[in-house]
Each structure stands twice: as C-alpha cells, then as structure tokens.
Design a protein around this ligand. Sequence first.
Ligand code: SF4
Length: 610
Amino acid sequence: MNGFMGRLLLVDLTSGRLSEEALDSGLMHQFVGGAGFAARYLYDRIDVHTDPLGPENPLLFMTGPLVGTAAPLCGRYEVCARSPQTGLWGESNSGGRFGPFLRFSGYDGVLFTGKAARPTYLAIRDGHAELRDAAHLWGKDTYETQEAIQAELQGTKLSIACIGVAGEGLVKYAAVINDWGRAAGRTGMGAVMGSKNLKAIAVGGQGQVPLANPDAFSAAVQATIEAVKEDVKGQFLTAGGTASTVDTTMWMGDIPNKHYSMALWEPVAKLGGGTMAETILTGQKACYRCVIGCGRVTRIGGRHATESIDGPEYETVAAYGSLILSDDLEGTAYASHLCNRFGLDTISAGSTIAFAYQLYNRGILTSKDTGGLKLDWGDIEPALTLTKQIAHREGLGDLLAEGSRALGRRYGVEDQAIQVNGLELPMHDPRAFVGMGLVYATSPRGACHNQGDMFLVDLGAPVPELDIQLGNRLESSEEKALMTSRVMDWRTLYNSLVMCVFCNPSADLVLDLLNGATGWNLSRDELLPLGQRAFQMKRLLNGKLGLTAANDRLPKPVLQPLVDPAVETQPPDMSILLPAYYRIRDWDEFTGMPSAGRMTELGLQDLVAH
Ligand code: SF4
C-alpha cells in the first residue's frame, strides 16, 4: 500500500490492551488520510450519546500519504474526536515533527479508546508500543513533560505530543502540544486526552514511507520546493512569520480590534512581524522538511523575562493584543508562552478573555466577578492572570475555561460572544472578507480558518487551475459562495493529505506528489471532489451529532457595520451567501444535510439510509 505504513495502532486504555489494524486501502482511496479518513472512520464509532469527555469518545491521531516523505511542508498530523468544546466534529492539526515521527515508528495513526486507571503515556519506538506510567508527569507543563520523557526514553530520537495542566483540568479548549511549542490548538483535543488520563505520546523510529513511483515523486518534490521558494507569500512568512501581515491587512479591517468593535487601531503595527524582528526575535524554526520556516524564536525581558521561547503567531498577537487594545509585544509573547506551557488554544483563550474585558467595561462583569481584577482596555497584565486562572480553573478562570459561549450564557449575553457552535472566531474579521463569514458559519468544526482561507484568495492568491478565482472581498454574491465552496473543498483535501496551508504550489504539483506517493493516478478534475467528499462526510457526522441548518449562523456583532472612513468594510450578507451556498452544497434547508443524490455522486451512498 504505497504512500502508507499500512496500519493503525489501537490502544484500549481501560484494559491496557494494544493491537493493530490494517488500513483499509479502499477507505484511503476514498478519503486520502488525515482528517478526511478520520471523519469516515469515527462516523461508525460516535453518536449523539457519546460523551466527549467520557471513555466512549474515541480519539484518533492520524497522518496522511505525504507525511514523513520528502515532500515539503507535509510534516503534520491531525487529531480528531467528538469535541468537548462544541459537541460536534473535533479536528485539529499541528506541525513540528510528530506526524513524520509517528510514521517512522511504524504506524499511520493511533486510535485511543477507554480511560486509563492512572495517568499514562504511550511510547512507540520502531514498531514496539507500550503504555507507561505517567503519574510523575501529571501536573507538569508541556515543556517539562517533553523533557522528562526525552530523558526517560534515551536511545531513540523522539517527538512527543502531550497535554499540560489545562488538558488535565478538562479546559474545553485545551490543546495538544508537540515539539515544544507546536500546537493542535482547536476544539479541545487536549481535554479529550486529559479525560482519558493520557498525558503524552512519544514516537520515533527508522521506518520509511513506501513510494509508488520514487523517481516521479522526487521530481515533484524538487518542483514543489522551487515553487514554494518562489511564492511571495512564503517569502513574507520566512521574513516575518505569520504576524508579517499585521500592518498591511489592518488597513482592510482584517485584524479584529477591541473585541470586534473597531475597524482600525494603528498601534497594532507594534505587534507585527517587522517589529518582532527589530526587538525580541532571536531565530526561526521550521517544521519537518519545511523550506519556509515561519516559526519564530524570541527572548523577552522586563517583568516576564524568559530565555528563548517560541514566538507568538499572528492569531496570538491579535487574540492577546488588538482584541484588548494592547500593543505590548513582549506581553503577547509571554501570553503565547503561557498558553503553550499550559496547553491552551491561544485563539479561544484570548478571545474569551477579550469578551470578559468587554463585559467588564460595559458594567456586566464587576470587580466582584473578577476577584478584584481590573480588566481595563490596553492592559495585558489581567489577561495573563486570567490565563493562569483558566489553566488551573481558579476564580473567574473556571467559567472562562468553558469558553465565550458559556461566559455569555452566564450573563445573559450569549449573542455577543464571538463564536460559531462554541468555537471562537479566528482573527480574520468577516467584515473585511465576506467569504470568511461563510467559511466560519459552515465549517465542520465551528468557526475555522483552516477549512477555507478566503482572505488569502481575495487578497490575490487564487488557484486558477481549480477555477478558484480572485473576487471582490466585500461582495456577497452567488459567485462568492461558489468560490468559497471550492476553497473549502481544496483546504479539506489539504487536511486529508496532511499538508500545511502555507504550501501553495500549483494544484498539478500537489497532484504529482499524491500520485507519485500512492500510485493512484488521479486526474486534476478529481481533486476538488476528493475534498468535497471529506467535507460532506464531516457534515454527515455533525448531522449525526445533532447539527441542523439552524447551526449555520454568525454571531450578531460581526453582522453589524464597522464605522471608520479610513477602512472599507462590509458585513457579509448571509441572506445571499447562505442560500447560494446551500444550493451549491445540495443541502436541505431545514436539516442542513446533503441530498441522497449528492451523497451518491460522491460515493457516499452507503450512508444515505443513516
Ligand atoms: S510554513 Fe510554518 S507552519 Fe507551515 S510547515 Fe513551515 S514552519 Fe510549519
């Protein structure tokens, strides 16, 4: 089975039994791997009665056919389960080396079921898997945990994915952290690990991914590396990291300010990649076989002085910066570091804290609620305190650990929380790119930018080979809905491959990589349908978990206009976008589910009766 190691490791944490299962080549052909395969595989194992934090919730770590090969920017993995944050499909991915090292250990993926009686970690070294005691690791942060396991398992070069105290405490948006500061942040997969008493997974070995056509694959790899190096977006990321665009896209209203209430806040430029390079930057980091290296290494001084730490990403400088009107770059770097150590999603943590700031400044939250903390706009210190409280579920942090929807619910303002289905919006305001509104409203995991980066397309990065064309970023139209659906299918395929979304060679090169690795001999016309199959699969699974058309809604505040003559913005017109999108997807207007005809077209006819 070229392109795959050919087997999954099955770990029953309740009994401690380890076993193996051969990968189903038919399923891989249909769903490619990664999150697409995971959705089909978990569809048979999850239903509406599955408690996301119960032993019955299966947790799948999965790679794809390009992971661990010489293909650039394919060193990623997906982790999937029913999400404790949303109650729906949970999916998160991360870079670093963990995905490739899992394959080198001999497996394409690991399925965890049940719950260990005591804190436990899994080690897989060269095909040999064992469960080990993790009682001494419980309570340690993610960096300490990785260091301790590295010291324990000397002899094999390892990559470790683990949780911190946030996952142990079942914070709803607890992350899985690997390779020091790389995070599978979204949808609370760290809490699922914590609910299973699973502290970490350490993987390594000498395995190699078999390739169908090594020569063709190698030629595609070289051509892809050249294409990525020539891509201006990639060059920006190399030079300035993910925060490199802060001071340009702010002029479009892309970066949200003051909890989504201001179009423009110029001090945000002090949080960008340029300022970072001039102040706290000490180096760069790259995931496995990445020629971009968007990761930043920083050192901060002053009151939170640290040695070298992972630098803040774009999402973090917005969530802990502009959302609370703080231009304190060292403070946001420290917030990022805290989240990584505790194992927290910086988007959900920062956004929930910013919502608390807003409620405090409107007099809805009082000093009694905050334990005396003054949540003044512009002051990051209380946000850092709240981050610690969230991780340890102390004080107000215990409520914030449930997310912004729960915070809004408690104070009767749920409609002001910036979330879709419980997942906080990433830091691209849909009033700057209306296509993002449609992406957020309909993404399988709640408000998600990885399932469709329309901001990038409408900034000038179309995919003409797949007829994904540049459009007017503020125009709500049938055409926008069509382009959005195509981008979502394309990025869904990326999450199956599993490939970094910053890797943007031509679609034909992606095809050459996939065919060279697997020997599937697919044509270009089959790429988007492959993505759509996985996308509709996730939709069906969400339907099984209770999602209907009523879930496809944006939060009220981002449907209000932003008034600032210096910045042109426009709320997405969902009365145009959503019906058009439903027609394109062939979704029922009430159930929100795809028609039997569309399912059959996509080869999902076996699920029609469900
Ligand atoms: S571009 Fe950044 S996130 Fe993507 S693979 Fe490279 S280092 Fe990792």
